[in-house]
Design a protein around this ligand. Structure first.
Ligand code: R5P
Length: 299
């Protein structure tokens, strides 16, 4: 591990000796979700609820923050917020508690079900998680995928990988994909080397979708990852910057965004959800999407 640790400490660009064949587009396949040609019909059906077959991309609305943070800013009343935004997004990323108590089951949206649990903002160390939702409950809730937080490079790495592979094994029995979430703790590296390593490891362990962060050299991260990456939104940015991040990520090989605070804490969350959707599905660049946002906000 010494080499990996030292190479992650200081980022100097993903090793220029590695050839990610950036000039070669991914091989032509018969299915619109990267790396998923050979999975079964049920898995493809769920993946097609997540990734729009026309654009190949997805807009996930993350509102699972409450399982760690309680009623965080913008998510005080899910029963008010979610019905406003549901029509503009593809996937509801949430806990089972939020879905069952606050989200009408009539929206017919894909669900990325948060399946790990184990700490809150009151804990000293948020990396120690368990599987909090069993496969039967994921089936009952009609999850389109199960989300598992993965803390690579921490003391809890092995436990975290165990949560991931157990969920993947259970999901594979019933054709429910697993969304492996690259977590970044306070003490962890957040550079392209780390994201390249983490996304590839999680894909090789069998996750069908990866959630990770946008970073420098992102096109190498996506090229080296054999399954789709959706980017995490992260802390609230000014709306134009969040749209630029989404645009750059999609231009550099992401297949969608899983965005929370940058949508629901926006000055106009509905206009922001619609603007992000333009980038994700309709090829808008960041400037056009921001103009669209401003225009929608006036209405
Ligand atoms: C991380 O995996 C959790 O799902 C977060 O609760 C969520 O993704 C955070 O979303 P955002 O950073 O866009 O607010």
């Amino acid at each position: 591990m010494a080499d990996a640790e030292s190479s992650l400490k200081e980022y100097t660009g993903i090793d220029p000796n590695k050839n990610f064949h950036l000039d070669v587009p991914p091989g032509k396949t018969n299915f619109h979700v990267k790396g998923m040609d050979n999975v079964d019909w049920g898995m493809k059906d769920r993946l097609s609820r997540i990734f729009n077959p026309k654009s190949g991309n997805t807009l996930m609305l993350a509102f699972d923050h409450g399982y760690i943070m309680g009623a965080s800013t913008g998510l005080e009343r899910l029963d008010v917020l979610i019905p406003e935004l549901a029509e503009d997004i593809d996937v509801l990323m949430a806990t089972r508690g939020a879905l069952r108590s606050c989200v009408p089951p009539t929206f017919n949206k894909a669900v990325a079900l948060r399946c790990t649990a184990g700490s809150t903002v009151l804990s000293e160390d948020v990396t120690k998680e368990i599987i909090g939702v069993d496969i039967e409950d994921a089936i009952r809730i009609n999850a389109s995928c199960m989300a598992v937080q993965t803390f690579l490079g921490t003391e809890d790495e092995k436990n975290s990988i165990e949560n991931l592979v157990k969920t993947i094994n259970a999901g594979n029995k019933y054709n429910i994909p697993t969304l492996g979430v690259v977590a970044v703790g306070k003490q962890m590296a957040r550079n392209p080397q780390f994201f390249s390593l983490a996304t590839r490891v999680i894909a090789e362990l069998g996750a069908q979708i990866i959630k990770s962060y946008y970073c420098e050299d992102f096109e190498k991260v996506t090229a080296g990852c054999p399954v789709p990456i959706v980017i995490a939104g992260g802390k609230k940015l000014p709306e134009n910057e969040a749209l630029t991040m989404a645009y750059q990520a999609i231009s550099e090989g992401a297949h969608g965004v899983d965005m929370g605070r940058n949508i629901f804490q926006a000055e106009d969350p509905k206009a922001m959800a619609k603007a992000v959707a333009k980038v994700v599905h309709e090829g808008y660049n960041d400037k056009a999407a921001y103009e669209f946002y401003l225009d929608m906000k006036k209405r």
